[in-house]
Ligand binder design. Structure first.
Ligand code: ADP
Ligand code: MG
Length: 271
């Protein structure tokens, strides 16, 4: 008697039963590739183990890709940027050895932080995103948020009496990107909330932070030198600073597009 409720019972052709059992086991990629792999196996004289390995490896790859895509979506990265896309020759102040070391993701394993400092357009956000993509690919959870959104989100939670829970949600991703710290100064509440976040993540998870303000200017960002020192003390204890001094890449692109050309040049271009 066939007691199986699933589609992997003993009725049907061998092929149907194979599809049935792959479906039951939720091996959907192997299920989709079965015929192609069977055909290939029947043509050559490779061992059975080759066929099985190929099929299962395809399944494993598909699952890993799906996990990566899902984790990437959850991270809310604002754009897809990679280290391969980054032109290091345009930004010679960046120490490539330092970036190679960061790329090993040792800092994520050790819950260390990375701070990207420099003027607008030099690639701070690009590099922070690219390293985060690497971390996600390696299986780490990540989240991206601007400093402004982070502080207003925590402020709202505090007003609604759920700050603890909200703080925990910002502690749980192994990598937290805090973008554009310092573009807007924090008020007293904002400074305290940011301090609480940095304290909560301290030695638990990495922060990748970008800022156009050098550390010496953080007193004015926090409106309070003591608070700035307390934040920097925790943030920088286990950290790498990537200091970028150079021209804006956006400016380079605009120059190339002729948007910064003289009025006559522009006119000639339009014609
Ligand atoms: P920042 O965060 O420092 O203001 P971004 O990282 O946003 O600058 O860079 C501005 C734009 O220029 C982005 O589209 C980024 O991908 C690009 N960009 C910046 N620097 C480079 C570079 N060295 N190579 C390639 N693209 C770059
Ligand atoms: Mg930026």
């Amino acid at each position: 008697m066939n007691s199986s409720n699933g589609s992997s019972g003993s009725s049907g052709s061998l092929l149907e039963r194979l599809h049935g059992v792959l479906g039951d086991l939720k091996l959907s990629e192997a299920d989709a590739l079965l015929e192609a792999h069977l055909q290939r196996a029947s043509q050559g004289d490779r061992p059975y183990s080759d066929f099985l390995l190929d099929l299962l490896e395809a399944e494993a790859r598909a699952r890993q890709e799906a996990r990566f895509a899902q984790s990437l979506k959850r991270s809310r990265l604002p754009a897809a940027k990679t280290l391969e896309q980054f032109d290091f020759t345009f930004q010679p102040s960046i120490d490539q050895t330092q970036i190679r070391e960061l790329r090993t993701l040792r800092f994520v394993h050790e819950a260390g932080n990375v701070v990207f400092l420099g003027p607008p357009g030099v690639g701070k956000t690009h590099l922070a995103i690219a390293l985060t993509v690497e971390a996600i690919r390696a299986g780490f959870s990540a989240q991206f948020i601007t400093a402004h959104d982070l502080v207003s989100d925590l402020g709202k939670a505090a007003r609604q009496g759920r700050l603890e829970r909200r703080l925990r949600s910002f502690v749980s991703p192994r990598v937290l990107v805090v973008d554009e710290m310092g573009y807007l100064p924090l008020d007293e509440v904002g400074a305290t909330l940011f301090f609480q976040l940095v304290t909560a993540r301290y030695e638990r998870g990495s922060i990748l932070l970008t800022s156009n303000k050098s550390y010496g200017d953080w007193g004015s960002v926090f409106g309070d030198a003591v608070m700035a020192t307390a934040v920097l003390d925790r943030l920088l204890h286990h950290s790498t600073t990537v200091n970028i001094r150079g021209d804006s890449y956006r400016m380079k692109e605009r120059k190339k597009a002729g948007l910064l050309a003289t009025p006559e040049q522009r006119e000639n271009q339009i014609k």
